[in-house]
Design a protein around this ligand. Structure first.
Ligand code: SF4
Length: 120
């Protein structure tokens, strides 16, 4: 992933920083495709030039309406030890993202106060 693409993801994640994990978890469990829909068929054959988990994550989470909430929840709760496929990302990508995201959050917390929030 390029720096610009991470920037877009980080901007999106920043919206969820004030949202408590239990609120994120409720949204993911209520609306997440893997919680509400049984997927038919086999996963795609991975492009050998790409990470197979990346292709699987893109397939597994395609169309899920709470990908951002799911990604934020995983970063908040599993942190750098994240495993598996969550939020449309493979674990190697989420671990790389967690490193950048945690630095951004720390920098932001020094300049602002966040209070708890809610999802609509
Ligand atoms: S983003 Fe993927 S792992 Fe998360 S709830 Fe949606 S389908 Fe499930």
């Amino acid at each position: 992933m390029t720096g610009d693409q991470w920037d877009d993801v980080l901007r999106c994640l920043a919206e969820f920083d004030p949202v408590p994990s239990d609120v994120l978890r409720h949204a993911v469990e209520r609306d997440g495709l893997c919680h509400t829909t049984h997927r038919e068929g086999d996963p795609p054959e991975p492009d050998t030039a790409d990470d197979p988990d990346r292709a699987l994550a893109a397939h597994f989470c395609a169309g899920c309406p709470v990908q951002d909430e799911c990604l934020a929840l995983e970063l908040h709760t599993a942190g750098a030890e994240t495993h598996g496929i969550w939020g449309g990302f493979a674990e190697d990508d989420r671990r790389a993202l967690h490193h950048i995201w945690a630095r951004h959050r720390f920098a932001d917390s020094e300049t602002s106060d966040h209070e708890g929030g809610s999802l609509s």
